[in-house]
Design a protein around this ligand. Structure first.
Ligand code: ARG
Length: 563
């Protein structure tokens, strides 16, 4: 229940026509210091119309307000501070969480409307990078937040599976490769051939000509070229799939760049019809100078289409197929210009829905503050990162809880969860350093810390032996629990804020806050002592666990019951 509404209802009759409800709702603040109450109304806005000092206005209004629903209402300088009735607040909050369980926080904002999310989208025959990891976990969490708010996400992996590089790869494979090598370790070996091609073609420029010919063959549907391309693609996908399985991420579509091959002509024709194509040194471009953007390359002089052409076709295809209300692209910040261009071209083509194309950028993962670059060979291999994280988690579990039953499963949930959580806890645009030891720590602002807090709550509930009731006439009248209760009550708003900003970090930060607040409570309160409040305390513990599990779930992080 919205307790803010109580404050609005108390203020409205005494304010009369001076402030309308929407303005009032915006003006009401949550004081930083909880000693100043749960809500505060600043009276400055009334000073002009009432010709009075704000302090005087606050004092006068407090005398007129119906205080019955509150613990107290007091004037502090120019502010009116509202203290909620803790008994009522805790009764309502605990009951809502405990009866609604994992549906607590669900809200129908999306009315079932469709929202494609372009996410992960690695390139065939290359290792999946840390950037692709970020796109995968941010996209996955946004999809879960969308589902929670009754949108229908469509997770699309727009694979980089087309382009002139496949001509080079075919040449390199035929010259230096072997089937056995590719089968054994596709990504490493395909990448190796590709790198070798670039070394050799310096001295042997004829290789480039060969590569062009093979790509042409591929475009014309030549059997051998197509078979090789398909094979490289499926071997790479198998490797990617291992990582997606570890992360627990599933896709609704793997329609990558190649999927749009037969949709290129339509896009180019549409652009031509609208007189948007300009010839420039044999190539065809769209001039975007009126948007202050660089021209976008649509077709090269040899007729080949480009990344942008494919994205135009993909955007149109997604609108036709999914009838989206918003179309999201979770792609690194370095492609911001590209998505601005994409939107601008769609706009010039006359599509009003161009405004619904939303690029969700994110920053870089760095190593000691430096960018990781593929070219310098400083790629971090994701599978190895995840496996190392699992090993580290396992070591800590061995030390803390050597008799734990399914240790391997838990280590996997903790290790992988730690990597995901670390990625999601910072504002997505922030760059951050990746240091595995830091990421998997059980203390500090980490995923394992939140998971551990939840496991602690679960263990308290097990030890109590009490069957905790979902409903009760009373709540928990303990000032030490107040911060937790307020956080629990705020969860639906937290989800709204995360959705509005496409920012999973809002939920990650909230889960840290709730976990910290619960650990503080637990350190000071003897939860399992029967002091007449035992059931009430256990209901609080159960509610905390319910919301922690839910919040972690929205991030794509598991919640082991024991660890
Ligand atoms: N494959 C691209 C890359 O690795 C990302 C694709 C993003 N999605 C898109 N529709 N452009 O840089």
């Amino acid at each position: 229940m919205e307790f803010k509404q109580q404050v609005i209802s108390a203020l409205q009759p005494v304010l009369g026509d001076n402030v309308d409800e929407a303005t009032l709702s915006k003006l009401i603040e949550v004081p930083k210091n909880s000693e100043m109450g749960d809500y505060a109304f600043p009276t400055f806005i009334l000073a002009k119309s009432l010709h009075q000092a704000p302090q005087q206005i606050a004092a006068d209004l407090v005398a007129k307000i119906d205080q019955a629903p509150f613990e107290k209402v007091v004037a502090t300088g120019p502010y009116i501070n509202f203290f909620l009735n803790k008994a009522a607040f805790s009764q309502v909050t605990l009951q809502e969480v405990l009866t609604q369980k994992q549906t607590y926080g669900d809200q129908d904002l999306g009315e079932g409307k469709s929202v494609p999310i372009d996410m992960s989208s690695p390139n065939i025959a290359k290792p999946i990078s840390m950037g692709h990891l970020r796109s995968t976990v941010i996209g996955n969490s946004i999809a879960k937040i969308l589902t929670k708010t009754n949108y229908q996400p469509v997770k699309i992996n727009h694979l980089g599976d087309w382009g002139t590089q496949f001509g080079k790869l075919i040449v390199a494979y035929k010259k230096w490769g072997s089937e056995a090598e590719v089968k054994a370790d596709p990504i490493t070996n395909l990448l190796r051939y590709y790198v070798k091609f670039h070394k050799e073609d310096v001295a042997h420029p004829e290789l480039d000509e060969e590569a062009r010919e093979w790509f042409k063959k591929l475009e014309d549907g030549d059997q051998e070229a197509t078979a090789l391309w398909q094979w490289f693609r499926s071997e790479s996908l198998k490797e990617f799939q291992k990582i997606y399985d570890m992360l627990g991420v599933e896709f609704d579509s793997f329609n990558g760049e190649a999927f749009y091959n037969d949709k290129m002509d339509e896009v180019v024709n549409l652009l031509a019809e609208k007189h948007l194509l300009v010839k420039s040194q044999g190539a065809e471009i769209v001039d975007l100078s009126k948007y202050n953007l660089n021209p976008a390359l649509i077709r090269k002089s040899d007729g080949a289409t480009l990344y942008m052409t494919r994205d135009l076709a993909a955007a149109i295809y997604r609108k036709r197929t999914y009838h989206f209300v918003k179309s999201l692209y979770v792609v690194g910040n370095e492609q911001s210009e590209h998505f601005k261009q994409l939107k601008a071209i769609l706009k010039d083509m006359g599509y009003a829905w161009a405004d619904d194309i939303i690029h969700i950028p994110f920053g870089l993962i760095t190593e000691n503050g430096k960018k990781l670059s593929t070219r310098q060979g400083r790629v971090i291999l994701l599978e190895k990162v995840l496996n190392d994280a699992i090993d580290l988690a396992k070591q800590q579990i061995e030390a803390k809880n050597p008799t734990l039953a399914n240790k391997d499963q838990v280590a996997k949930e903790v290790g992988v969860g730690a990597v995901i959580f670390h990625d999601l806890k910072n504002d997505r645009m922030d760059n951050f350093d990746f240091n595995l030891e830091e990421v998997v720590r059980f203390e500090g602002e980490t995923g394992p810390y939140v998971q551990y807090t939840n496991a602690r709550a679960q263990s308290i509930l097990r030890k109590s032996g009490v069957d905790v009731p979902d409903t009760a006439e009373t709540g928990l009248d303990d000032p030490a629990a107040w911060e937790i209760l307020k956080l629990l009550n705020d969860y639906p708003n937290v989800i709204q804020r995360a959705l509005a900003a496409y920012e999973p970090s809002v939920i990650a930060k909230y889960s840290l806050h709730l976990a910290k607040s619960f650990n503080k409570y637990y350190a000071h309160t003897r939860v399992l002592v029967d002091d007449g409040q035992l059931t009430a305390k256990l209901r609080l513990v159960k509610a905390v666990s319910t919301v922690l599990e839910n919040a972690l779930g929205l991030l794509g992080v598991a919640s082991p019951k024991e660890m």
